[in-house]
Each structure stands twice: as C-alpha cells, then as structure tokens.
Design a binder for this molecule. Structure first.
Ligand code: DC
Length: 221
C-alpha cells in the first residue's frame, strides 16, 4: 500500500497563461483529479445568459443560483461540474461567455456557492482513489486552498497569451478579463504570497510541466 500522503496542488494565473494544459499533464503524471474552476464559472455564466439573466441583475442571479444543484462527473482524471445533472458543452467557450464571465465572477454569492463546491472536490478525489487534487483558477492558492501542499502562479506576456487563445480559435480579450479579475473586491486574481511564480512567455508547455513536476516530486517523496 502507498504511504504517500494525499496532495493538493493549486495553480493560479491570468487568462491563457497555460494553467489547463499544465494541470492536465500534471494530473496524468501524479494521478491527481483535475479540477478546472474556470469551466465552473463559465458554466454558471452560460446558464445565466441562457436564462436571459444579466450580470447587473444580482437579485435574479442569486435567485437562479438557489435553483441550481452542483455535482461532479469524473471522466478519466477530469472533474466536470454538473449543473442539475448536466455537464455544459463547448458553449462555455463562446465569445458571449468570454465577455460576461468575469462580471458574473465578481458577484459574491456566486463565488461563495462555487467556493463550497470547489473545496468539496478534495473529498471527491479521495473517495475516487486519486493521489491528490490539482485545481486551477484565479484564487485557489489564496482563497480556496490557502494551505495547499503546492501553490503555483503561471504568467506570460499578454501578447503571447492573446496569440495562444487565437490559435485555439477563440475570441477572447485576455487583458480585459485580467483587469476585471484582478480588480474585483472578492478574492481577486493575484500571486498569493509564498506561491511559486513561473513566467511561461518563452517556455514550451513541456518545460513548464517539467518545472512543476520536478518541484512536486522533490517535495512529496
Ligand atoms: O480559467 P478561465 O479563463 O476559463 O476562467 C474564466 C473566468 O472565470 C475568469 O476570467 C474569471 C473566473 N474565474 C474566477 O473568478 N475564479 C476562478 N477560480 C476561476 C475562474
């Protein structure tokens, strides 16, 4: 039987900083459950837009949140959030969601609902026999798991990040989202004190993954 402890890895950073690709690769390497919290905020924003609810109408957002039941579907090592039993599709990457998501994400009640859900993913990972949880987002190392075993902060020049998004075929104003995400009152995007910052502007994905993996391997064995 393995005596290695369950680990929690937090990866934060701005839009298109390489968090998802890095977290996916690390989850495979160390058998961790991968939780992409950006997709959770996107799914909620998309659901609100579908219901015709604007981010300026906080009362309507709060009332819709009450009707939504959050659960988890695991596919391989990926944890998808189910909204009342349904996993959202590619519509969460649309230009409309890109434009609105940071505004919805600034609503305290919406963040609080997701915070409880995000924290519960550690138990989901344990219950399914994973060696740990890797969670990516904007406030994971600062607000969700400030005591995580490993906290990383990925960043890259905005120009490089815009190029990466365009290559994926997505229309996304990354600097504008960063500005909104870093200036909101509740749990803003920031490099948490003590986190390991990696600038990936001139690094390949493989180089970033190997830096992160080396740190995890060194400190967890
Ligand atoms: O990681 P992403 O670009 O898919 O995230 C979409 C948006 O969700 C991001 O612009 C802000 C919000 N978000 C957040 O506020 N907190 C998180 N932990 C993750 C995402």
């Amino acid at each position: 039987m393995s005596t290695q402890p369950f680990i929690i890895v937090a990866i934060d950073g701005g839009a298109a900083a390489g968090k998802s690709s890095t977290a996916r690769a690390i989850s495979e390497k160390f058998n961790l459950l991968h939780s992409d919290t950006g997709s959770y905020f996107r799914a909620l924003a998309s659901e609100m837009l579908k219901r015709g609810i604007s981010y300026t109408d906080h009362e309507a957002v709060i009332s819709a949140l009450k009707s939504l039941n959050l659960s988890t579907r695991i596919t391989g090592r990926r944890a998808d959030m189910e909204l009342s039993g349904h996993v959202a599709g590619e519509e969460i990457r649309s230009a409309a969601v890109n434009q609105a998501v940071s505004h919805f994400a600034a609503i305290t009640e919406l963040r609080e609902k997701l915070k409880a859900y995000e924290r519960s993913q550690a138990d989901v990972a344990r219950a399914h026999g994973f060696k740990g949880l890797i969670m990516e987002g904007r406030d994971i190392g600062s607000a969700i798991f400030p005591d995580a075993d490993f906290r990383f902060y990925l960043h890259a020049d905005p120009e490089e990040r815009s190029k990466r998004r365009a290559k994926e075929g997505h229309l996304d104003k990354v600097s504008e989202r960063d500005r909104l995400d870093s200036s909101r009152a509740k749990d803003p995007l920031a490099c948490p004190p003590g986190a390991i910052a990696i600038d990936s502007t001139f690094l390949s994905l493989e180089e970033v993954v190997s830096q992160v993996a080396a740190i995890i391997s060194k400190q967890s064995t």
